[in-house]
Design a protein. Structure first.
Length: 258
């Protein structure tokens, strides 16, 4: 791969690193297409129970490549937007839980990539924002939809309307990130969180992620019906019998790697 490196650990954690440090890992068409192809393979990779995504160098992803976007016309820009949305939807729809380890700048398309992950952890020195308004455009890779769903409409609009870059501490207060780590402890912290999740049942994690994602996109009544459906399905699995059996026998469960 030209822009990505995938490392799979024995504990079921996959680490995907974006490697375009000379451009602060800025997103162009080639990188997005490579990411799309890589995510397809990850979705079928049974060895990966949890995926961590980070960037090389001093940026997570500093945004989409402005030099590439500057000469675009309306149709080209729409196609580029749809490519980014398709790729990030693929990330969001991965069966495995995903964690963005934000090691530096996460701006524009970089923050949109992080928003497509299930969880976000950040370096205490990270900077986050959607600065597109200052470029005379709006976000095109999902921020106008995912950001309000995560932190609320009014707070999202403030970030989008002002184009402000905020600190990791402000992002934590807004609920934009889950945890902060010292810069030299970020990757270790993200991988430890992933390892903790990876100890759980892979099949139940997938049901849980699906129930949450489907439920928040609908009404409470419909969401509760989705929950009941997947709750029932859990009782068809080996891991439900093993988990409850282990509890009753006062021992640690031994879930299947599936």
């Amino acid at each position: 791969m030209d822009f990505l490196r995938l490392d799979i650990q024995d504990n079921g954690v996959g680490l995907l690193t974006i490697e375009r440090p000379e451009a602060l890992n800025a997103l162009n068409e080639a990188l997005l297409l490579e990411l799309e192809e890589c995510l397809t393979e990850i979705s079928k990779e049974s060895r990966i129970k949890v995926l961590v995504i980070t960037g090389s160098g001093r940026a997570f992803v500093a945004g989409a490549d402005i030099a590439v976007m500057h000469p675009m016309g309306e149709e080209q820009a729409k196609v580029f937007s749809l490519l980014g949305q398709r790729t990030f939807n693929q990330l969001s729809n991965l069966p495995q839980p995903t964690i963005a380890a934000i090691n530096g700048y996460a701006l524009g398309g970089g923050l949109e990539l992080a928003l497509a992950c299930d969880l976000r952890v950040a370096s205490e020195k990270a900077k986050l924002g959607q600065p597109e308004i200052g470029l005379g455009i709006i976000p095109g890779f999902g921020a106008t939809q995912r950001l309000p769903r995560l932190i609320g409409t009014a707070r999202a609009k403030e970030l989008l309307f002002t184009g402000a870059t905020i600190s990791a501490q402000e992002a934590l207060a807004l609920g934009l990130v889950n945890r902060l780590f010292a810069p030299d402890e970020l990757l270790e912290g993200a991988l430890a969180l992933a390892a903790d999740i990876a100890q759980k049942s892979a099949v139940i994690l997938r049901y849980l992620k699906t129930a949450v994602d489907q439920g928040v996109a609908t009404s409470l009544a419909e969401g509760l019906a989705i929950e009941a459906q997947y709750f029932g399905v859990c009782f068809t699995t080996y891991d439900q019998k093993e988990g409850m059996g282990a509890f009753l026998e006062k021992r640690s469960p031994r879930f299947r790697d599936c």
